[in-house]
Design a protein around this ligand. Structure first.
Ligand code: EPU
Length: 339
């Protein structure tokens, strides 16, 4: 039987270590638990909210209804031929464990996404990405349960409607499904993406000309550790804001004023900018405001240095957004899901 508890404090379940209680809370470990939780919520007329690794969630107020902590496990190779393999991960598995599983089976494509915090189930929701690769590039399908009906459905790449840090599960399907598992299609031969950031330079520095998977994840680990704070010691949610995407016309004007502004083409007639650079430019990088601050080595990461309250975070976000808007006339959008 499912253990449903009342008034569970959510802070320990989030990497920001912030958050009041959930009215009701339970942990699910398999499909049967999920169906039981759905039935309970229906009978008690409670809304359901799903929590994965809590690495992309900021809880600012008491959550009414039932919060489901997803701990559905399992890593499997479901199909393998000479060209590719399909691997399926339970949605409650730690994402990096899934990447490691791929690496130990000599499967290529997921390596650049190593060490992104969070769970397998959260990966498609926000189409996680790093170092020139996004989940959508290796996604095969996912299995999910509709919260309203308990029916199971398979979502293909097209169904998920992936875009930069977004998917259908963040838009029209928000809060409607619990993802059970995610299946990736990985290649049996390398197709490296080494151009982003300093991956290539790092390999060259190490004298590695023909890298293998272990070399790549070691380099990714080094780059991430040098820039990103470890949530276990400095509570944070990774990038707090999204990198803004603006029209080429607006960009041309900005470029006149800021000739050194980092930028990347993004689709037709649009340009992606670096929110971290902007935050640094307005003088907020590494400065502490009470218990909070934008990290000294990566200004896009908001760090909770000393038991900040949700209210303090909300005020601080306003301050950062106002400073960036004042300088660039661009409104930053949170990447973190604020509840
Ligand atoms: N930059 C600065 N100052 C900073 C931070 C960045 O000037 O404090 C500029 C630099 O010019 C740098 C450029 O921004 O060359 C890009 O920085 P970085 O490679 O660190 O990446 P990012 O754009 O800030 C994105 C993702 C990260 C991901 C990295 C690497 C978003 C919102 N964030 O950050 O994802 O790890 O690229 O691919 O797209 C996350 O989503 O939680 C996350 C950490």
């Amino acid at each position: 039987m499912l253990n449903i508890v009342k008034n569970e404090i959510l802070a320990p379940y989030t990497t920001m270590k912030i958050g009041p209680a959930a009215e009701f809370f339970t942990i699910v470990k398999n499909r049967k638990d999920v169906l039981e939780a759905i039935t309970w919520a229906k009978a008690n007329k409670k809304k359901i909210m799903i929590l994965g690794g809590g690495s992309n969630t900021l809880v600012t107020k008491k959550i009414k209804g039932l919060v489901i902590k997803n701990e559905i496990k399992g890593l499997d190779i479901v199909e393998k031929n000479k060209d590719y393999a399909l691997i399926e991960g339970g949605s409650g598995e730690i994402w990096s464990k899934f990447v490691n599983f791929a690496v130990t089976h000599d499967l290529y494509g997921a390596e650049n996404l190593f060490l992104i915090p969070g769970t397998v189930g959260a990966a498609p929701v926000q189409n996680i990405g790093a170092y020139g690769v996004e989940l959508k590039d290796i996604f095969f399908h996912l299995k999910a349960i509709e919260l309203k009906t308990g029916a199971e459905k398979i979502f293909s790449l097209v169904d998920c409607d992936f875009s930069y840090r977004s998917s259908a599960f963040k838009k029209e399907l928000k809060n409607q499904y619990l993802i059970l598992s995610v299946t990736l299609k990985l290649s049996r031969t390398p197709d490296w993406k080494l151009d982003y950031g300093s991956i290539k330079e790092n390999l060259t520095l190490k004298g590695i000309v023909k890298p293998n998977l272990k070399n790549i994840i070691a380099v990714i680990q080094e780059i991430r550790n040098s820039k990103l704070p470890n949530p276990a010691t400095l509570p944070n949610s990774g990038s707090f804001f999204q990198n803004p995407i603006i029209s080429s016309i607006k960009f041309k004007k900005l470029l006149k004023k800021y000739p050194d502004i980092p930028n990347w083409p993004s689709g037709k007639n649009e340009v992606k900018l670096s929110a971290g650079w902007m935050i640094e430019r307005v003088g907020l990088k590494g400065k502490k405001f009470g218990p909070l601050g934008m990290y000294e080595k990566q200004a896009l990461v908001l760090v909770n240095y000393n038991n900040a309250s949700a209210g303090q975070v909300l005020n601080f976000i306003k301050k950062v957004k106002a400073a960036v808007y004042k300088e660039f006339k661009i409104t930053l959008k949170e990447e973190v899901n604020i509840l």
